[in-house]
Design a binder for this molecule. Sequence first.
Ligand SMILES: Nc1ncnc2c1ncn2[C@@H]1O[C@H](COP(=O)(O)OP(=O)(O)OP(=O)(O)O)[C@@H](O)[C@H]1O
Length: 716
Amino acid sequence: MALPLVFCHPQTSSSFITSSSQRRTQVFLIRNTNHDPLPNARTNLQLTPSKSNGRFISISPPKSSASVNGYSVNSTISNPEDVDFPTTEGSEKLSQNPRTVIEFIKDILPGGSWWRLSSSDHVEVVLTAKPVTVVRALRRMWDLISEDRWVIFTAFSSLMLTALSQISIPHYLTASIFSAQSNNVSVFSWNVKLLILLCITSGIGSGIRGCCFGIANMILVKRMRERLYSTLLLQDISFFDYETVGDLTSRLGSDCQQVSRVIGNDLNLISRNLLQGTGALIYLVILSWPLGLCTFAICAMLSTIMLLYGQYQKKAAKLIQDYGASANEVAQETLSLMRTVRVYGTEQQELGRYNNWLEKLADISLRQSAAYGLWNFSFNTLYHSTQVIAVLIGGMFILTGRITAEQLTKFILYSEWLIYSTWSVGDSLSSLMQSIGASEKVFQLMDLPPSNQFISTAGSKLQRLVGHIEFLSVTFSYPSRASVPVLQHVNFQVHPNEVVAIVGLSGSGKSTLVNLLLRLYEPTGGQIMIDGHPIKDLNTKWLRERIGYVGQEPRLLRTDISSNIRYGCPRVVNQKDVERAAKQAYAHEFISSLPNGYQTLVDDELLSGGQKQRIAIARAILRDPDILILDEATSALDAESEHNIKGVLRAVRSDLKTKRTVIVIAHRLSTIQAADKIVVMEGGKIVQVGSHSELLLKDGLYSRLTRRQADAVVPS
Ligand SMILES: Nc1ncnc2c1ncn2[C@@H]1O[C@H](COP(=O)(O)OP(=O)(O)OP(=O)(O)O)[C@@H](O)[C@H]1O
């Protein structure tokens, strides 16, 4: 069975495949995990679905047949020397070989391989489903704006008024001149009055049209961004494992802006010029049908060239959008990791990475400019040929008395109008194609169905959460690496009000256990029970409201400390509650020493790692959660992190009122000696469970880890 594919952008490291065979559009995403370019190699992927429930699949440009996340991938990489474009090396050979010169000329002539717009350095996936067409894109835009259809109707009504007024002006202009020349005063004054009226109506119409299209533009871009942003916010966490922030912000920013040009600019100009062009053509045919048909034939040629040019522009625009997004991604990554870049002195390397995408952009822009030049050449040649034909044939008609000089003047004015309209329609069409190209990925992102957790508002809410947690033979693999088991048949229990520590080597799956408990991912096998109920039967929002979570490296929002502590708190709290939580998290002292106390504006950069962690702990405590999860930092913050977490554990132990189930993921084993139970993990499996003293007596991983840490601390 062939997989219905819609769209993919391997060159931007991500692509979408939509299966229309299901009622809800199921979107799969392919990520090109290999960022190394395959220069000038074209790869064909054939995807055949196998047993996969995952919504996303990941594919690296394969070197041979492979199975990735349940999809078999067959690839044929054509010869890397199968060059698409003439290279520098190619031009060096030019002087040496006349055959190469001929081939080079053939390449750069219209239709030659130089003009081919393909992402030569990445995987090319066979497309078998419908891409976004102009009609479909316009329908989608109409859906977004139809609520305010009055703006569009007013815009189009004024557009028609303006177009009709403007197209009538040359007629009355010529008639006024020739009536003045023939001393016909009454006809002259009538023509001049009409001319003035037409100028006024066209001016007013233009004003209303411009304003209304501008408003429509604003409404469209606002709704698109709203819709896209809300779709993104409702995606599964695994979606963000594939998509990069740079790519998504680029879709939200520049792509939405570009798409909004469709109504504000392109449709506006296309409709106006179509109307005026049709009017001019009818007028020309009425004036003199042989001359009219000649002009029409030239316009038809112009339209064909424009159509080809428009298609080319659409393809180029899509590549430019994608390369732009990739460049954006690199810049965003580098700038956000500026400290690392500076310390490792990789500025040149990063510049090179960014330049790589800029060069690709320049490469496409070069072809785009060349195509534009070719188009301008065709336009100018055809435009002037209408004038020559009109003077030549029209002059002969005057000589034979078939038309008057006034008619020929009108003819020349209207044929210019027709040519201009045809050119303008073409120009706007190519811009429309560019906008449609940009809309493709925006609409496909918008069509992503929300995560199941948001679709089902169902799920039971218990009267209260006691905090009894059971992992029953839980198995899990991340969707992005479905073939790598991260957890294998994990079984353990956490009793209400127990403090359970999870320890183990880095990468053993400790944080993954917590991710499953928070329902950020769903287990691939087994199940998690909370208070005797399968976790998937509980209402996710209700459950999360009862869990306090402090991640390894907490991030703060760019707002004051008080708001940071209140962030996401499901109950109404006052400043006193905030301060109480901060005291419990050992954060009150340092907050009070800041110039503006709790009102100090912070962001991720302005506080130390330990201070951020204390604020995050206060945020978790403020929720008064029934289950508290603390993921201790693995980094150099450990000493401070240990101090913070020990403090929280002491508070939980000493205060009966704040008793709650606590899960601590600890790297410093000294942090969790007082835990009721210690779960030791290795390679995604639980290898030991017991208290600190029990585990020390056994010769297992825990005692080995404890000895290793003690050795590291005690100087030899
Ligand atoms: N989002 C993800 N997508 C794919 N694989 C992941 C993802 N997150 C973690 N992994 C992989 O899952 C395995 C377990 O990771 P996890 O973070 O649970 O380990 P850990 O024991 O908490 O490690 P640490 O102590 O370093 O925090 C690792 O091999 C890791 O590479």
